[in-house]
Design a protein. Structure first.
Ligand code: GDP
Length: 472
């Protein structure tokens, strides 16, 4: 409606144009930037985007290099079920008490910080697994600096190990391997390293670039050395933030506590958060009434890479929501109201993710350079054959990336990865499992199923040439 009146053309014509592009819209619907550009172009207009007032009058002031101070790395632990993620997090939580302060880490607030003997800090996200990691990423939040991939030395590289690796790689997050359970007589760490090497992940002690350490999370063996390797990796990353500005960060978790009201754990990523600050987090807002660290101690301020649970928001924001501090309470409230409205409108939102039938159009527009594919199949042979053939379809204009491949049904975690990485999912003789189908519909992820290798290759080829007929 709005764009029609801006161009002074009948609404029906705009709707018609959208339909010819394969987008069904109503007059009240918001269009994404790309569609707006194409629609306007059809009517001879060029679109100029000015910052929307939703994103949000926050003054983006570039930090001066001298204001940047090093900050602690933020680490997520991932790996196959039962390989020891929780045990590792628990061991670190129990043994590393912030030096000079009393009391162990007793509260589960979703993240915790530890201080090593050399005085350096590491912050851990306390929800292990790549699902949580990628769910946050699908919401546009990337908080993890380094991923620890836990692999049990008495087992193998399992499907979820592969998933965790793909998810970390798709996010561009460096990995450190923790080869766990080496206390067990059946443990064979070398076998794991060999298997990693076969996946092109050569560990450092074998001349590769990936750090790894043999540990026993249960006995605590090797854990300190593993943490030292985390710090080494962090040093290479040169993680820095400006502590002297209003705080920004991401919500890690939030809940309603019977006695205390809404309690949100937030991870400060830049700036310093103080009691009394007026905070906007997702569509919730409020003045910070109290802050607690992971040991339940009340604190007055929190700098970069510090997790804190805060009281004072008017609701429970969602994990992955960004938060910002506002000087003007009124302004924060206005933005919160606008966000709520926008979220309501977007429940009938236009297509957000790439689909196979969209590819040709986007390539023709010259705005599309890479196609991310997640490939699942019933047997290893066909997965490899398809993956090789897909990669060969890359052209000068468009690069095909297989961001994850594996044997087995299409899972929720595949859909999340597709959502976070704007990928399509191709299944060969496998179908979505459990809630994966529903999630794919909600996230608008294109899942294609094939049972003939050539059919899959031909479709992709056609799609890239803009020749694919839309799927029924
Ligand atoms: P998660 O599913 O990856 O979080 O795995 P858990 O931490 O829950 O561990 C699964 C099982 O493996 C539990 O019974 C742990 O006690 C056991 N486990 C974890 N780490 C070790 C280890 O280093 N050595 C031995 N022997 N058992 C371990």
């Amino acid at each position: 409606g709005e764009i029609a009146s801006m161009m002074d053309v009948p609404i029906t014509k705009v709707i018609g144009t959208c339909m010819s592009l394969g987008i069904m819209v109503t007059m009240n619907q918001r269009l994404d930037a790309e569609t707006l550009t194409i629609v306007a172009d059809e009517f001879g207009y060029e679109v100029q985007f000015i910052t929307t007032d939703i994103e949000e009058n926050i003054e983006v002031v570039e930090d001066r290099p001298e204001d940047l101070k090093s900050r602690a790395p933020i680490v997520t632990v991932m790996g196959h079920v039962d390989h020891g993620k929780t045990s590792l997090l628990d061991y670190i939580r129990k043994t590393n008490v912030i030096a000079g302060e009393s009391g162990g880490i007793t509260q589960h607030i979703g993240a915790y910080a530890v201080k090593l003997e050399n005085g350096q800090r590491i912050t851990f996200l306390d929800t292990p697994g790549h699902e949580a990691f990628t769910a946050m990423r699908a919401r546009g939040a990337q908080v993890t600096d380094i991923a620890i991939i836990v692999i049990a030395a008495d087992d193998d590289i399992m499907p979820q190990t592969k998933e965790a690796i793909s998810h970390a790689q798709a996010a561009g997050v460096p990995m450190i391997f923790a080869i766990n359970k080496v206390d067990k007589p059946t443990a064979n760490p070398d076998k794991i390293k060999e298997k990693l090497a076969a996946m092109n992940l050569l560990v450092e002690e074998w001349g590769g670039k990936y750090q790894s350490h043999d540990i026993s999370a249960k006995m605590g063996m090797g854990v300190n050395e593993l943490l030292e390797k985390v710090l080494l990796e962090a040093e290479i990353l040169e993680l820095k933030a400006n502590p002297n500005k209003p705080a920004q960060g991401t919500v890690v978790e939030a809940q309603l506590d019977k006695g205390r009201g809404y309690v949100s754990t937030i991870l400060v990523q830049a700036g310093t958060l103080r009691i009394g600050d007026y905070v906007l987090a997702g569509k919730n807002h409020g003045k910070i009434r109290a802050m607690f660290d992971e040991r339940g101690h009340a604190i007055k301020e929190a700098g970069p890479s510090t997790p804190v649970s805060v009281l004072g928001l008017d609701g429970a924001p969602t994990a992955g929501d960004k938060f910002n501090v506002y000087e003007d309470e009124r302004e924060a409230k206005q933005i919160a109201a606008k966000r709520t409205q926008l979220i309501r409108e977007q429940s009938v939102r236009t297509q957000k993710h790439i689909t196979l039938s969209e590819i040709g159009r986007r390539i023709a527009l010259g705005q599309f350079k890479e196609l991310n594919i997640i490939l699942k199949g019933d047997v290893d042979g066909s997965v490899e054959a398809l993956s090789d053939s897909f990669l060969k379809l890359s052209t000068e204009e468009i690069q095909i990336n297989i961001i994850h491949k594996g044997v087995g049904a299409i899972t929720e975690s595949d859909v999340l990865l597709a959502s976070a990485s704007d990928a399509i999912i191709i299944g060969f003789n496998v179908r979505p499992q459990g809630n994966a189908k529903m999630l794919a519909e909600k996230e608008e992820i294109d899942i294609r199923n094939y049972s003939i290798i050539y059919a899959a290759i031909d479709d992709l080829k056609d799609a890239m040439e803009g020749m694919l007929s839309p799927e029924m």
